[in-house]
Design a protein around this ligand. Structure first.
Ligand code: 13P
Length: 250
């Protein structure tokens, strides 16, 4: 069975609640594409108005982060039950910005992934190498390690539903998109790694996105690759361009 593409916006730390509703209203008529799952991952404070604003559309609302405990004395954190109750279907886990600025590790990523599944929220699990790692030729080894730890104790049935986002750090926010060949090569290596951990059916089912300076012009070629099942889009998800990215096949 062909995998359905999934194109998600990562708004990062942009848009106040009222700006979020405005942006959703602008994008709503532009992102109609039944062949694609469309997700807007928004700041936590925007989630409730965003869920309200997308009612009756094909847009799903996702979160950008989540904590791995159920509840309790974790000042400032947001639990999976809170996200679930608010109507969130997806959560980005382990974005490179969270790893770099907020000390997230492969181990915390794994704990968050397991928690998200417990609450039926689909994790969008991020991985990706730095420029140094690419230049040293250790990209695939590094990413395999990120994937193997992220999926510890995750069952095959859960893994089939997961989304992985391959985001080379050097391509994020730099306007320097990976070449189609580079993106396809790593996405294939990720799929092979999942097949190795589980089985061929799981490798075939899991969806793998590319992220890093995706634009309306680079999206069609990237998303046509056999192992790239869509994109995780930063900057361009805040503009009308996101409509063109979602409708890359039209
Ligand atoms: P840009 O599309 O702005 O490069 O950001 C990519 C990203 O980090 C998405 O999670």
């Amino acid at each position: 069975m062909a995998r359905k593409k999934i194109i998600a916006g990562n708004w990062k730390m942009n848009m106040t609640p009222s700006q979020a509703v405005e942006l959703i209203n602008t994008l709503k008529p532009l992102v109609g594409n039944d062949e694609v799952d469309v997700v807007f991952c928004v700041p936590a404070i925007d989630i409730i108005p965003a869920v309200e604003a997308v009612k009756g559309t094909n847009i799903h609302i996702g979160a950008e982060n989540m904590y791995f405990e159920e509840k309790g004395a974790f000042t400032g954190e947001i639990s999976p039950a809170m996200l679930d109750d608010a109507g969130v279907k997806y959560v980005i886990i382990g974005h490179s910005e969270r790893r770099e600025y907020f000390a997230e590790t492969n181990e915390t990523v794994n704990r968050k992934v397991l928690k998200a599944f417990e609450h039926d929220i689909t994790p969008i699990i991020c991985c990706g190498e730095s420029l140094t790692q690419r230049e040293q030729g250790v990209t695939i080894d590094f990413i395999r390690q990120q994937i193997k730890v992220a999926f510890l104790n995750v069952t095959a049935d859960q893994a089939k539903k997961a989304v992985i986002a391959y985001e080379p750090i050097w391509a994020i926010g730099t306007g320097k998109v990976a070449t189609t060949e580079q993106a396809q090569e790593v996405c294939k290596a990720i799929r092979d790694c999942i097949t190795e951990i589980y089985d061929a059916a799981t490798g075939e089912a899991i969806r793998i996105q590319y992220g890093g300076s995706v634009s309306a012009s680079s999206a069609p070629e990237l998303f046509a690759q056999p192992d790239i099942d869509g994109g995780l889009v930063g900057g361009a998800s805040l503009k009308a361009d996101f409509g063109q990215i979602v409708c890359y096949n039209k």
